[in-house]
Design a protein around this ligand. Structure first.
Ligand code: ME8
Length: 529
């Protein structure tokens, strides 16, 4: 997909801003890993990238959790935010901005934005009656609830009846404009199933929604009526704008929007699609701002048929998973195993099997055996042959020449699983090729030029695979590159000028002749359950 809205060399991507009622679970890690892979890929393309993540800290859910733990809400948020940041470090998530909705600067942005919407006449006072799910922080229609008003998303949580005077946002004013938007920009909402959900929802007729609460202390006061508190979602979505402020800039909308707006893509789960694909563009239209390019609603990680979640009580803690198997393994499993956009399950046996098959056996062994042969038959350096001299009928070259653009397209489409499949297919071809060509036999027959051709082709295929997998498994890719004689480090792409370091690396045939190869050692240790 192309990002026509933004300047071509810039790329801004966001994860949801997570509720900090509890420590992150595997579901919070999932979109963050995906966004990190996408950000890394865009950096490799030479783009200037802003990767935003953060925390959503206001609202009743957090206030109640803090109270139940005997903490002040702020103390509680400060504590939990550290848990998020430390998990992101462990997972090698290289975000550029971490926005906390309790940041002082956010208050100024929210106030200015509210003022604009107020002046556009889209805010009014009225009576709100309805069922509110605190876990979702959302009013629910009767049809969205289970028996006895339990929430369909959190079946262990009962929605609460509310009847109070609130400020409302005139969403109904934007029915036609939103329908026009979805029509004019068919890929504003991706994937297509999500777009259809939104079209259905909007097609039923949009109702105004309340953007304030009474009797809630933990949040921003409504600028025109400080007795009311702004609805957590109104405040949270604006976190995406505050995050764009340069660290030393005055917190004004103009400053926030000057460099990175419009955001290219919001990555979110399908549970919060309505907020991002309906409420958010309408709020932006009301404030007279341009819209993000794209909202991608990914699927759920499920367990026993239910969305894994903090409020559902079936969460999986990613920390021991990463401690045990490593960041690359966790990143690879979720992006390779589950088609991004669909629901998926976490199965530890399958996790171990996939990692061992793909990274330890196919990729790791190919590098290891080829390096050993290069040590033995080619003096430990890259055979002295340039890509052009490789015979045109060499199928590794044929596959390699197409691979870069194919995988780039998959990343652009957030089709991480297809990207991995294409790369691993090429790796398996490398293994097959080396078995068929049997360089050890060629060597015995004194066919040195042939040996060099074969080994060059395979080393180059492994290099290309490592390069293309680096947004997903930066540590393994770094080790491969180092064993191929490069000093590159994919792990911290923020710190290096990727566009010059890795110029042309997406193409096949760039491994420099005579580059001194490193000692072969396993790049991915086999996992045990
Ligand atoms: O909704 N499977 O925050 P949140 C996949 N604060 N993804 C999951 C998941 C699961 N089981 N559980 C959570 C909020 N997620 C708001 C967002 S944005 C301005 C405000 C992911 O902590 C998924 O992306 O409940 C979901 O949308 C996000 O975490 C919501 O996390």
């Amino acid at each position: 997909m192309s990002f026509e809205n933004a300047e071509k060399h810039r790329f801004a991507i966001t994860t949801p801003l997570y509720y900090v009622n509890d420590l992150p679970h595997i579901g919070s890690a999932y979109p963050t890993i995906a966004a990190d892979a996408m950000a890394r890929f865009q950096r490799l393309q030479g783009k200037s990238v802003l990767f935003v993540t953060g925390s959503d800290e206001h609202g009743q859910k957090i206030q109640r959790t803090a109270e139940s733990l005997g903490r002040s809400p702020q103390e509680h948020c400060d504590l939990i935010v550290e848990g998020f940041k430390s998990l992101w470090d462990k997972l090698n998530i290289r975000y550029d901005r971490f926005i906390r909705t309790t940041d002082d600067r956010h208050a100024a942005i929210v106030e200015e934005f509210f003022q604009r919407v107020w002046e556009s006449g889209d805010i009014y006072l009225s009576q709100q009656q309805g069922w509110y799910c605190v876990a979702c922080e959302e009013f629910k229609e009767e049809r969205e609830l289970l028996d006895d008003h339990y929430c369909a998303i959190h079946p262990n949580k009962q929605a609460e009846w509310r009847d109070e005077e609130n400020y409302f946002f005139r969403l109904s004013n934007y029915q036609q404009k939103l329908e026009q938007l979805y029509q004019d920009q068919p890929d504003f909402i991706l994937p297509a199933t999500r777009r259809n959900e939104v079209l259905n929802f909007v097609g039923q007729g949009l109702r105004d929604f309340s953007i304030s609460r009474r009797n809630l202390d933990w949040g921003f006061p409504v600028p025109v009526d400080p007795k009311q508190t702004l609805y957590v979602w109104f405040d949270a979505l604006l976190g995406y704008i505050t995050a764009l402020l340069d660290p030393d800039a005055e917190p004004t909308l103009d400053n926030a929007l000057s460099k990175w707006w419009p955001i290219n893509i919001h990555l979110i789960g399908k549970d919060i699609l309505r907020f991002h694909a309906v409420y958010w563009p309408a709020m932006l239209m009301s404030a007279g701002l341009s819209l993000p390019d794209r909202v991608f609603g990914h699927g759920f990680l499920v367990r026993d048929g239910l969305k894994i979640g903090k409020s559902t009580g079936n969460a999986i803690d990613p920390v021991p998973l990463v401690d045990r198997y490593g960041a690359d393994a966790v990143r690879y499993y979720f992006l390779k195993e589950i088609e991004f956009g669909r629901d998926g399950v976490f199965d530890e046996t399958r996790f171990v099997n996939i990692l061992n098959a793909d990274l330890a056996n196919d990729l790791g062994n190919l590098l290891n055996r080829t390096l050993k042969m290069a040590q033995k038959y080619c003096g430990g350096h890259v055979p002295d042959i340039s890509g052009e001299e490789i015979a045109a009928d060499n199928f590794l070259k044929a596959v390699g020449s197409e691979l870069g653009s194919k995988v780039a397209q998959a990343y652009d489409d957030l089709a991480f699983s297809s990207a991995c499949d294409a790369i691993l297919t090429s790796v398996r071809m490398g293994n097959k090729y080396i078995d068929e060509q049997a360089p050890w036999a060629l060597y015995k027959q004194g066919k040195q030029a042939d040996v060099e051709q074969v080994l060059y082709s395979v080393l180059e295929s492994v290099r290309l695979a490592a390069y293309l997998l680096s947004p997903i498994i930066p540590n393994v890719s770094t080790q491969i590159y180092q064993q191929l004689g490069y000093s590159a480090d994919f792990a911290d792409t923020r710190l290096i000028d990727v566009s010059t370091t890795f110029q042309n690396h997406q193409t096949w045939g760039i491994l420099p002749a005579k580059q001194i190869l490193g000692e072969p050692h396993p790049v991915f240790q086999k996992l045990e359950l």
